[in-house]
Design a protein around this ligand. Structure first.
Ligand code: SF4
Length: 308
């Protein structure tokens, strides 16, 4: 069996040979983050995939919808995901036919879809959003009522700040939804001086008890900037690896110890190596779906301003 250093060396050789780059989501396990060229949130990584001209192959260490988004934004590159079973249960909570039917029940309303959706769903929505720009996107669309899918918790968070009526889909991220108030209260008892940062996919009562509500990308930035020495983090615990690595003088505690996304943890170094060796698993989005989904993503990227 190959040792970890040998696997890393072989990955580096193959990366050069294939003109490949490795992108890893903030929730990936440490060894995968360490071998990646870039670590970030899903949209940052997809945009990075599109920007890097010299790369022909992108190994996307995240979940399926993220690799699809990279494929949509980089149609001329080969996009690989090291484990084809790494899906997102929240993205699977709404299908394109369900979205079409839902829109029919609410004629005239615009449909805003979180980037955590399949390419087929993106293709049927009016505009995409991320957790950090959701309010700006909702405020930018026409009409007083907006359909928002699939995350009801993110929808509830946006509803606190917009004057529009948000009609949410009944979806959620099981990892964030299972961070309960009692978990957070217990951590606050253990670390009374710590500030609390929550991801907007968390339940409203967890948000209420938080000092800051931040996307994963903004948590990484805030971790560098903050003067605080102790922070309780209400999101998937994989992000703490990077926060600690970049800020060894600060302590980061998970709001819930086992807030783990099983899908995000499916990829490991051996699978990254196999992906580069065998050029698996290729993510391809049919042309027509890709074009429509790209329109919804690009519309989001162009939206500037907003209240927050
Ligand atoms: S953490 Fe939640 S939203 Fe992210 S991939 Fe896992 S289930 Fe999906």
């Amino acid at each position: 069996m190959m040792k970890e250093e040998e696997i890393v060396d072989r990955i580096r050789e193959l990366k050069e040979k294939r003109k490949a780059i490795i992108l890893a989501h903030n929730y990936q396990i440490g060894e995968v983050q360490d071998v990646a060229d870039f670590v970030g949130d899903s949209l940052q990584l997809s945009q990075k995939a599109a920007q890097i001209r010299e790369a022909e192959v992108i190994v996307f260490c995240g979940v399926h919808f993220m690799a699809e988004t990279a494929a949509i934004l980089s149609p001329n590159k080969t996009i690989l995901i090291p484990d084809i079973k790494a899906g997102c249960p929240m993205a699977d909570m709404i299908t394109s036919s369900e979205l079409i039917e839902w829109k029919k029940r609410y004629p005239g309303r615009r449909a805003v879809c979180y980037v955590n959706t399949t390419a087929e769903v993106k293709a049927e929505c009016d505009v995409c959003c991320t957790s950090s720009n959701a309010l700006k996107v909702v405020d930018s669309v026409d009409g007083d009522e907006v359909l928002f899918a699939p995350d009801k918790n993110l929808a509830a968070y946006v509803a606190r700040f917009t004057e529009k009526k948000i009609i949410p889909w009944d979806g959620y991220c099981y990892v964030h939804h299972r961070i309960l108030l009692r978990h957070l209260k217990e951590k606050k008892r253990l670390y009374p001086k710590a500030e609390v940062w929550a991801h907007p996919e968390c339940r409203p009562e967890v948000i209420d008890l938080s000092d800051k509500v931040l996307s994963t990308g903004k948590m990484i930035i805030e971790a560098r900037k903050t003067e605080k020495k102790e922070i309780i983090v209400a999101t998937e615990t994989g992000i703490i690896y990077r926060m600690k690595k970049e800020n060894p003088d600060k302590s980061f505690y998970p709001a819930k110890d086992m807030a783990l996304c099983a899908n995000m943890k499916k990829i490991n170094l051996r699978k990254v190596l196999r992906s580069l060796e065998e050029m698996i698993y290729k993510i391809e989005v049919p042309y027509e779906i890709s074009q429509k989904a790209r329109g919804a993503i690009e519309k989001m990227i162009k939206i500037k301003g907003g209240k927050r």
